[in-house]
Every structure is written in C-alpha cells, then in structure tokens.
Design a protein around this ligand. Structure first.
Ligand code: SAH
Length: 361
C-alpha cells in the first residue's frame, strides 16, 4: 500500500501531516472527526473540507483499506465479518448485539502463531500483524454495518480483543489503536470499555500494568497445571504457569478500585473439566492471592478440532467447586456458533451457511 492510511494516525500525527500540506491545524480536527466520529469512508462526504484539499487527500491517502469479503448472520443476531486486507489476508470481526450494549470482538493479527490445540485460528498460522489502522477500521466497519455511516450508535460499545491473533505479540499497534479509539471527537470508546485477552505473554502483562489508560486484562488459562497446559497451549513452555502467576500478581497491583482481571477457561469434555482440575484451579488462584474471576467457556466445536464441550452437569459441578473456594465464576454464553463466530472459531472459513445480505443495505 503506497498511500498513507489516515485511520492509523493519532490526532497529533494527523495534525503533523495536515500542516505539512500547508493547511491550518484545525483541518486535522475536522478530518479526525469525519473518520472516527462520523465514520465516513470517503473524502467526497467530507463537505466541510475545501474541494482541492479533498482531491489532494484522496490522491495521497486512504481511509478504508479493509475490503468486506463476506458477512454471516447468526440466528442469535451475531454478525461475523470476513475482510481482506490490501495484501489480501483475512481479518475477522464479530459484532454481538446485547440488550444494553453491543460488543465488538476484533482481531489483532491475521491468523495466529500460537498453536492452541482447541482453537481453529491456530490452523491458519501467523499471516501478519495488523496495523493500528486495521484494528480501528474493524470497529468502524462493524458499527457502520449495524447502524450506518454518519449515524450515532444507539447503544454503547464494548470491545474485546479476543478475535484472531495474540494481541500481546502485536502490543504497540494494539495500544496505539486503543489511544485512537478513546478520543472524544472520534469513536470515544474509552479503555475502560475494552478487554484484551492474552494466551499468557508474561512480559507484556507487566508492560500493560504500567501503561497509562490501559484496557482490562483477560488471560486464557485452559489448564491448572503445566503438564496439561503445555499440551493444550504450547506457549506455556515459554512462560509456564509459575511465571504467568507472578506476572498476574504484579499486574494486580495496577488494578483500580473495583477492577478485577479475568481468567478464561475453555471447558473440554474429559480433558480439563474434572473435579480435580477444578480443585487445582481454585488452589492456583488462591495460593497466589489473586483477585480474579473465572470465565468458563464451553468449548465451541469445529471440524477438525478433536474436542467436545463439557456437559452442563459437568460445568455446574466444576463451578460448585470454584464457588466453595470463594472464586467468582461465570459461564460464557456461546454466541454465533452456527456461523463459526464464537470463541476459537475464527479461521476465515467461508464454508458455513450462506453469506447473508442484511436487509436494507
Ligand atoms: N490469543 C488470545 C486472544 C484470543 S481470545 C488468547 O488466547 O487469549 C480467544 C479465547 O477463546 C481464548 O480465551 C481461548 O481460550 C478461547 N477459545 C479458543 N478456542 C476455543 C474454542 N474452540 N471454544 C471455546 N473457546 C475457545
């Protein structure tokens, strides 16, 4: 891509670019608000800018780089978008409408280098890191699809960095995207509304702790001991549980009043869901004095993953042990399973259902 991607720029960077064209600074504010606040995707619509500036911008720069390839609509209202980058790599984003707020799940990488055995994204391998602009664009595109460009969103938006990729292996771009999105004149999605999930890149957990205006943290655990965790999540060989717990303990010192962090625990039938696993898990959290909650995620099956979700009775028995140990836990309701949009199902697959044209668009 030879054109400058404006969506990738922080306000100060946009301002530098605009003044380098010999334009007054306030034009940068207008452009930032047009891209991120009104979510316009073409310069033609920016009628508050002089015509020759618009021509110059469209000559040298671009706003939209992601091309929507297909869109799937789940029976529960969840939407999955499959985009292609300018260099033709897949990017997936999931829009999850909820009663009070919408949640958008974005990807941080095209594909993923980690090889978690229960996750479909692993099968793609790492294609490349996404830029900040490509992260921000996913949110703009999802909101525009749901509500239309230039239209105020009727509900608030929560973001989760739980799509394809390992966000903490693309840390700088991730944090820059968070900074772009928090701007009041733009998307105005504050870091407090964002949760980023890591498979356990311990040094970056510590770096997040000292990052100003940081999002919330979730950590994918999947197993309560090193032997099983290394089998399910090979990243555990690099940062084993003791190191992960030490990083969590340090992170805990950065929590604000009332804030907690989360462990995600995918429940795989007969693999990590026994009473003994629950006791080990409770012991791990309590032994390290962590004030974390646990999100239990029933495994979302997908061909050719070799697992089945734990039964409801098993999930309840597992929970009861956590409850008895005083550990807050929640069971995540699967969303968008029928269109391969649920956790761990993003693999740029287009062989499920029919791409759906959303009425009125
Ligand atoms: N790489 C990051 C971001 C992805 S988050 C991370 O690992 O945290 C995706 C979440 O979905 C993780 O918590 C992961 O454990 C979970 N997950 C992966 N595959 C799954 C599956 N098939 N069913 C249910 N949850 C899954």
């Amino acid at each position: 891509m030879t054109k400058l991607h404006l969506t990738d720029l922080l306000p100060a960077e946009l301002s530098d670019y605009v003044t380098s064209l010999g334009e007054p600074k306030y034009r940068a504010g207008q452009i930032f608000a047009a891209i991120h606040g009104r979510r316009l995707t073409s310069f033609d619509e920016m009628t508050d800018l002089p015509r020759d500036l618009r021509a110059q911008l469209s000559d040298q720069t671009t706003i939209s780089t992601l091309r929507l390839e297909s869109r799937y609509l789940s029976s529960d209202g969840t939407r999955r978008y499959l985009f292609k980058t300018h260099d033709n790599l897949p990017v997936e984003t999931v829009f999850i409408p909820e009663e009070r707020r919408d949640t958008i799940c974005f990807s941080s990488q095209s594909g993923c280098p980690l090889q978690c055995t229960f996750c479909l994204t692993a099968q793609l391998g790492l294609l490349r890191n996404l830029t900040s602009g490509e992260i921000v664009e996913q949110i703009i595109c999802a909101l525009n699809d749901a509500y239309g460009a230039g239209v105020e969103t009727p509900r608030g938006t929560n973001l989760v960095g739980m799509g394809a990729g390992e966000p903490f292996l693309n840390f700088e771009a991730l944090i820059k995207a968070v900074r772009i999105m928090k701007e009041p004149a733009g998307l105005h999605i504050v870091p407090n509304r964002i949760t980023v999930s890591t498979a356990g890149v311990a040094p970056k957990i510590r770096e997040l702790a000292s990052t100003e205006d940081r999002p919330h943290l979730a950590i994918s655990l999947a197993a309560p001991n090193d032997e099983l965790r290394s089998e399910l999540m090979p990243i555990n060989k690099k940062w084993p549980i003791a190191e992960l717990m030490a990083a969590c303990k340090d992170f805990q010192a950065s929590l604000k009043r009332g804030e907690r962090f989360t462990f995600e625990y995918v429940m795989l039938s007969g693999v990590n869901d026994s009473d003994d696993h629950a006791r080990q898990l409770a012991g791990l959290i309590n032994r390290h004095g962590l004030r974390a909650k646990i999100n239990l995620i029933p495994h979302n099956p997908a061909e050719p993953l070799p697992y089945q979700p734990s039964s409801l009775e098993r999930v309840e028995a597992f929970r009861a042990i956590l409850d008895a140990a005083g550990i807050d836990n929640f069971v995540r309701r699967p969303r968008g399973r029928d269109i391969l949009a649920a956790c761990g199902q993003l693999a740029a697959r287009s062989d499920v259902g029919q791409p759906v044209l959303i009425p009125g668009q």
